[in-house]
Write a protein that binds this ligand. Sequence first.
Ligand SMILES: Cc1ncc(COP(=O)(O)O)c(C=O)c1O
Length: 409
Amino acid sequence: MDVTPELRARIRAAFPALSGDTVFLENAGGSQVPAAVADRMRDYMVSSYVQLGAGYELSRRATALVDEAHDFVGMLVNGSDGEVVLGPSTSVLLRMLADAWVPALSPGDEVVVAEIGHEANIGPWKRLERHGVRLRWWRMDPATCDSPLDSLAEVLGERTAIVAFPHVSNLLGGILDVAAATRLAHEAGARVVVDGVAYAPHRAVDVAAWGVDVYAYSTYKVYGPHMAAMWVSRATLGELEGPNHFFIPDDELPYKLELGGPSHEGCAGILGLGDYLAGLAGVGDAAGLDRTGVERAFEVMTACELPLQARLVDYLGSRPDVRIIGPPSGGPERVGTISFVHSSRSSREITELVDRSGIAIRHGHMYAYHLCRALGLDPDDGVVRVSLVHYNTPDEIERLIGVLDRAME
Ligand SMILES: Cc1ncc(COP(=O)(O)O)c(C=O)c1O
């Protein structure tokens, strides 16, 4: 696909925050939103900011909007055979999920977690040890930062109940073969819980193609409001005990899993993403957006992102004083989340210098604490992480490289 300067300009024009001076290269922390998202949130709040489930017209409209947001996310992840649960964050949703699973687990059952995981998909499972559940680790190869499927196979067994892993580590950037890992886990009779937070901003999610049981991501990293979404297959839902009040029946979904309900204005914002994706896919507005349009929109994003990540990874790879933490080359097998350490400068030092030039990046363990430890890194200093998405530009990457040259002199 041809990425013209006009396309890049059109994309940037959709995001009001990008007209300022800051260069946003901390997108794995959180992305900017298109005007369509902010507009929908404002419109909702000034026109129908009422409670759901009452009989009056405004309430009926608000209820329909929240339902529509769930349906939209279901379409976005290609998940017709399951339910979408919305909540304040992926950390909250995964913690709630683990707690909801307790009644279906027995002492001696095992949960496999990935060493490269974000703590949001490790800690909630570790907490189940108090119920007699055993935690097993899918180890990473510290030389390559890969998580080989062989290492997963080694820890699967007849007691494995759940395998929890990230689609992409928010520190490494490499894309895991979710379908293959899911097949292995299913062969062992386990359910699969995928943390898709670091993947979803870059590529179209397709839970049906991968066969996963649960897939969670943070909408605020996918050009939307500060919320999160978790798709759960219908088969898995039957095993969970929802946290919502006793008089709400188990089959009242997704409400049974949405204690307190989701942010209504956030749901309006989530729908605004549909307008933006429709524009990228060239199909007008959200009403014209279907699954094919979603895939098309993410293809455009990927085409915009790939040359940028290739340029930055090549630059870092050309420096003998830099060690890339993650896949050492750009390309479709990774996303634009690129981490590195320097042979003599601390990650903090480099990041502070870059920050001072108006370029927003980050350093640290990124909540992938176990991963940092396994790599022998001091988690507090961690790595320098540059995370770009489709709306970043070649000029921004050149500007960053110029600053990194000076910071690592
Ligand atoms: C890979 C990954 N998983 C989970 C999370 C937690 O997401 P949330 O902030 O929505 O709890 C993050 C947040 O940075 C993340 O990068």
